[in-house]
Design a protein. Structure first.
Lengths: 181, 195
């Protein structure tokens, strides 16, 4: 599993961004969040149409504003195709109004590069959450076994801790360099 | 794109109608300052400290709002504290504490200032009744914590030092005290904007 301090792999993947006819799909890439100077939070899950996943995704969706206000771009991801994502969003009432993209890692290239796919024949993604900084470096990775759901407030707590730099000069100590932003 | 979503969510956080027109919020939203997002997140975080009960957090926020003469926030925090189970006596005592401490902060800060120039003031009786401090319905520890928070905002060094020592002796942890001051700091900043 790719870990702390490593550069998040470059990717360009199809994603579902809407259930509105004609506007369902878009391409998302690793460059998107970086060019806007934002963080990226990507949470992986094994399969669409299963049980633990919708509750987690719905919870991320409820907290979408919290990620927005922390300048973090939110992505859900699995190895399902964009059409399966679309079908799932249309099928499940909690997913119809999803405010963030669901990435389709159909070729599994990103899951493989991250080292987060199961060892068995299915090769689906474990429940792994990444926090990546605006420079594309992995700053947090959290992995759960397949049946254990995630805690969204915990992701926010970690994001806050990673982002809260005490930039006030009152923290300057004699002899240290002054603040360069 | 203005920070409209943040602004609306922020108003919701404070239980204010989303059409409430607050000049400073409008200016910050239109001008898209990052600060608006930080302010919203900071307010949310300090009010959900794990070292304070939710009711305590809102009572502290109410005390600071009273200190800052901010009617909008007083209304908002009063309602929220009540919703979280604050009794009438506790709410009343919060107003009382804020007001009593505002007076004490002036008086004891003066005594502190003049310690070297005229020691006479140190021993002259203050003549200011403060019976609310005797058996507070908020409990001694929390009342001291609230007093400390108000004193920190009003900047009275001797008040801060004596209340800090006192609240620790009553069992408060460093983390709980620290979070109360973080709360007081952020709410003070908030009070300048949401009015």
């Amino acid at each position: 599993m790719l870990g702390l301090g490593k550069k998040f792999p470059e990717f360009k993947k199809k994603a579902v961004v809407s259930i509105e006819h004609g506007k369902e799909f878009a391409e998302v890439s690793s460059a998107d969040h970086q060019k806007d100077g934002k963080w990226m939070v990507m949470f992986w899950y094994p399969k669409d149409f299963t049980f633990v996943c919708p509750t987690e995704i719905a919870e991320f969706n409820n907290q979408n504003g919290e990620f927005r206000d922390r300048d973090a771009v939110l992505y859900g991801a699995s190895t399902d195709s964009e059409f399966v994502h679309l079908a799932w969003r249309n099928d499940h009432k909690d997913l119809k109004g999803l405010k963030f993209p669901l990435i389709a890692d159909t070729s599994k290239s990103l899951g493989e590069a991250l080292g987060i796919l199961t060892d068995d024949d299915e090769k689906v993604a474990y429940r792994v959450t990444y926090i990546v900084d605006p420079q594309g470096i992995i700053r947090w990775v959290c992995a759960n076994d397949l049946s254990v759901g995630r805690n969204v407030p915990e992701v926010l707590r970690v994001l806050d801790a990673l982002q809260t730099d005490e930039l006030c000069p009152c923290n300057w100590e004699k002899g240290k360099e002054t603040i360069h932003v | 794109m203005a920070l409209t979503e943040t602004k609306i969510d922020f108003l919701k956080d404070l239980s204010l109608d989303e059409n409430t027109n607050i000049h400073a919020l409008e200016v910050m939203s239109e001008g898209e300052t990052k600060y608006l997002r930080d302010l919203r997140v900071n307010v949310k975080n300090v009010l959900s400290s794990t070292n304070l009960q939710p009711k305590e957090a809102y009572l502290l926020a109410l005390a600071i709002a009273v200190n800052e003469k901010n009617d909008l926030l007083i209304k908002s925090f009063y309602a929220k504290a009540k919703e979280l189970g604050a009794a009438d006596a506790e709410l009343a005592e919060t107003f009382a504490c804020a007001s009593q401490l505002a007076a004490n902060n002036i008086f004891y800060r003066f005594r502190h200032f003049t310690k070297e120039t005229n020691p006479a003031y140190q021993t002259m009786p203050a003549g200011i009744k403060m019976n609310v401090m005797m058996s507070p319905v908020l409990g001694k520890e929390f009342f001291e914590l609230m007093s400390l928070a108000v004193s920190a905002v009003n900047g009275c060094e001797s008040c801060v030092n004596s209340h800090e020592e006192s609240v620790r002796k009553l069992g408060s942890s460093d983390a709980r005290i620290f979070d109360s001051i973080r709360l007081a700091s952020v709410i003070r900043g908030l009070a300048l904007i949401v009015r």
